[in-house]
Ligand binder design. Sequence first.
Ligand code: IPD
Ligand code: CA
Ligand code: CA
Length: 262
Amino acid sequence: MDEVEAVHALALRLAREAGAIQRARYETTFAIESKSRPIDLVTEVDRACEALLVETLRRERPHDDILAEEGGAHADAGAAWRWIIDPLDGTVNFAHGYPCFAVSIGVEHAGVRTVGVVYDPLRDECFEAVRGGGARCNGRPLRVSECAEVGRALLATGFAYDVRDSDRDNLVEFARAVKHAGGVRRDGSAAIDLCYVACGRYDGYWELKLHPWDVAAGILIVEEAGGRVTDLAGGPAPASGREIASSNGRIHDELLRVLGGG
Ligand code: IPD
Ligand code: CA
Ligand code: CA
């Protein structure tokens, strides 16, 4: 097995193992705390998933770098392989018993997005991509939608946890999209939103102020499904996640114009 295949197989296994924890603990009692703001939550289940992922990686791939959301690992020694992990994307949903959340694992090789896995444990949907190898869900090849105009598009977005205190709150862009699109959703998991663009459930998705772990897997999955991901000005998709516009490609330029008020 070559190394990309080994990393891919491990990412798939880890996503399913963490997803099994989420499925088992969904709608049970667990501790919930606030982080940066009262609405920015972390649960005991986020931490349990991260511990499983990071401990397994440290054991099985001790030389790789890891960036994981809950701070269990921020090793950055300049290794060739770097794992970027959101142990539970959609924490507010999980905390409320709203069935939309996932494990997201992106892996870079020499700074290039190489493997992406997003696992939704309730739907048992495993979205995944390897650079140059296409994207799949549960083994089935994925293709973005054919929608050719924003006026017919189903879009999705989200809002950062600083929405109450910041002027850059995405509400202007949201209002523009609502006025132009076929529909706009806010489902609460950036990783799933990106995968839904990849599989054609959504025609486009944008968001501001995301983080590397929200987008590391999803950007690759959209691109490998034939879609396009950029910043809101049409430049390369920032690995930081600071702003992301993704689509089936066909509506991309129009989507950027609509969001920009043009
Ligand atoms: C959040 C979700 C949400 C997005 C937020 C993210 P978390 O991640 O992806 O959809 O709107 O910006 O922070 O906190 O559930 O891992
Ligand atoms: Ca997240
Ligand atoms: Ca998270």
